[in-house]
Design a protein around this ligand. Structure first.
Ligand code: G5P
Ligand code: MG
Length: 270
């Protein structure tokens, strides 16, 4: 089906799949570069356009991306897709991606663009019919451009949190490794110290929450994120939130999403 020697985009899913990673029902349809989508997915009707939401959350390490995403997922039924979580799963399973990523994760460095992009595109491909919310991807302009080739992003949230707040938070963070559930000993402690509320399994502190790794991550975030923020600002989809407390930011995020997608429960919850 590809024309002019071009191939369908990797996230398109036209190679035997019914629907591309962008859902095939996006407001502006699939990107023009995705030749695989064009014949089967012409511009959608307005009703269909509202079907699948593609959202991104940006913010430095510890800014509360994971916490906010958990709440959005719970309230709106979006799939929460965390790049850090996928990387750690690959690390644990000793996949090729995991082995490549290991040295970067341990040092708080960004994993190379081609590695993370391939991983995320393949994860998005398996969720082509669901609303999703990306946490931690894209983190560089190259990654944002790769995402752009798959779909149009409808909504981007950027969290601006002061540096000292971030350092304090991360040193208190505990994770349930298999689900990615996040706790904080001050803010949202587990019911039993060191134990996941849902499964009863032990919680761990991540290697990259150690102070040296945190400082390095914060420096690198700023440099890499600037052009990504500019890109989404120029598209008119960026919403920035500043503050030191997730609970104060959350009602605004909730309202923003309510304007785009119907909540799955009648009352706001977290
Ligand atoms: P991750 O896993 O994406 P980071 O470094 O971007 O990691 P992180 O650390 O997961 O981000 P977060 O998700 O923004 O932070 O924040 P969080 O976990 O929700 O909250 C932090 C802590 O604060 C928690 O304990 C939470 O309970 C608490 N908290 C939240 N709100 C409040 C509040 O109001 N008050 C208080 N007191 N506490 C609060 O990426 C990991 C690594 O993977 C690689 C990189 O190496 C990265 O370092 N990677 C990529 N590399 C290249 N490109 C990409 N796209 C990559 N994605 C990941
Ligand atoms: Mg996170």
């Amino acid at each position: 089906m590809a024309t002019l020697g071009m191939r369908p985009s990797p996230g398109c899913g036209r190679g035997g799949r019914q629907i591309p990673a962008c859902g095939g029902y996006r407001g502006r349809g699939c990107r023009a570069k995705c030749v695989g989508c064009r014949p089967r997915h012409p511009l959608p009707s307005k009703a269909m356009a509202s079907k699948l939401l593609r959202a991104v959350i940006l913010g430095p390490p510890g800014s509360g991306k994971g916490t906010v995403c958990q709440r959005i997922a719970q309230n709106f039924g979006l799939q929460h897709l965390s790049s850090g979580h996928f990387l750690r799963e690959n690390l644990k399973a000793s996949t090729e991606v995991g082995d490549t990523a290991k040295q970067y994760l341990e040092k708080g460095l960004l994993v190379p663009d081609h590695v993370i992009t391939r991983l995320m595109v393949s994860e998005l491909e398996t969720r082509s019919t669901q609303h999703w919310l990306l946490d931690g991807f894209p983190r560089t302009l190259v990654q944002a451009e790769a995402l752009d080739r798959i779909c149009d992003v409808d909504l981007v949230i950027s969290l601006n949190i002061p540096f000292e707040t971030l350092k304090d938070r991360l040193s208190q963070r505990w994770i349930h490794p298999s689900s990615g559930r996040v706790y904080n000993l001050d803010f949202n402690p587990p019911q039993v110290l060191g134990v996941d509320d849902i499964t009863g399994e032990p919680l761990v502190q991540q290697e990259d929450d150690k102070p040296e790794a945190v400082a390095a991550k914060l420096r690198r975030y700023k440099d890499a994120a600037k052009p990504v923020i500019e890109l989404y600002k120029s598209r008119g989809v960026l919403h920035q939130f500043s503050g030191t407390e997730t609970n104060k930011i959350w009602p605004y995020v909730y309202t923003l999403f309510s304007n785009k997608i119907t909540p799955i429960q009648s009352k706001e919850a977290y």
